[in-house]
Design a protein around this ligand. Structure first.
Ligand code: KIV
Ligand code: NA
Length: 278
């Protein structure tokens, strides 16, 4: 498949063809994302913090860590549009800091766009990045980088006031130039309403079936994540059992001496050479 472009995503939205986005954190997961021609976008999500690096939350992830992983993902990515999350703190201090940090992701890692969490308070940053030619994917609804301020990972926009706030944010981000937006953990009615109100593709995660596309965390899809499973997660594979069974069988075979096999899995010396050696 040809490289997916922003224009191609617009066409998918136009034809009501659901857009498939999936996260990746390293070379093998990037290859996996690229293994289906149906995958449209690969996201180096800052969920990297928890699922790959063992941190308690995304707020602990540094820009250097994101750049390091995004480079590996880029090496394994073929046709999907490649987007990376800007880590917590990397776009909050000033517009110029945000540009410098986004440029690192583009220049060092080769990502084609960046994703930023937030609403009206980040429109200046979104506008500037867009102006300098760095495509921005917005992220509204539940903002995991603000889990402390939000007192946890909760569904957003359930009240009239909350729903109005998410819609206002979505419209402001579209106006600032975002080419697409992730809508996380909102009632399905709100996911549909936002999708109808904005003209850019919406990518839902826990936002119901009526957004322009869907995104999930790689380890949730593969069933390798042993932490909390959100209501919106569907496990499409059970890799954890397969993987852990592999580890168990390997360790057992070493322990009972059946691995390696002396013939099939070992090298042999030429007999005359061996006699000389002795
Ligand atoms: O970090 C992440 O994985 C994300 C997606 C789930 C949207 O932001
Ligand atoms: Na994220």
């Amino acid at each position: 498949r040809k490289k997916v472009t922003i224009q191609a995503l617009r066409a998918l939205r136009q034809s009501k063809t659901p857009i498939a986005m999936l996260t990746a954190y390293d070379y093998p997961s990037a290859l996996a994302c690229s293994s289906s021609t149906l995958t449209d976008i690969t996201l180096v999500g800052d969920s990297l913090a928890q699922v790959c690096l063992g941190y308690a939350s995304t707020t602990q992830l540094t820009l250097d860590e994101m750049v390091h992983h995004a480079k590996a993902v880029a090496r394994g990515t073929t046709h999907p549009l490649l987007i990376a999350d800007m880590p917590f703190g990397s776009y909050h201090t000033s517009v110029s800091d945000a540009v410098a940090n986004a440029v690192r992701l583009v220049r060092e890692a080769g990502v084609e766009g960046v994703k930023l969490e937030g609403g009206r308070e980040i429109v200046d940053v979104v506008r500037k990045l867009t102006e300098v030619g760095i495509p921005v994917m917005a992220h509204v609804g539940l903002l995991p980088q603000r889990h402390s301020a939000l007192s946890g990972y909760k569904v957003q926009g359930r009240s009239v006031e909350g729903a109005r706030r998410v819609v206002r944010d979505a419209l402001a981000l579209e106006e600032a130039g975002a080419f697409s937006m992730v809508v996380e953990a909102v009632p399905k009615e709100l996911g549909r309403y936002i999708t109808e109100r904005v003209r850019i593709p919406t990518i839902g995660i826990g936002a119901g079936p009526w957004t322009s596309g869907q995104v999930l965390v790689f380890d949730d899809v593969m069933g390798t994540w042993s932490g909390h499973k959100a209501k919106f997660v569907r496990r499409f594979a059970n890799m954890k059992d397969v993987r852990d069974t592999g580890v168990q069988r390997y360790a057992e075979a070493v322990r009972d001496g059946t691995f390696p096999d002396a013939e099939a899995e070992s090298y042999a010396m030429d007999e005359t050479e061996w006699d000389k050696f002795l």
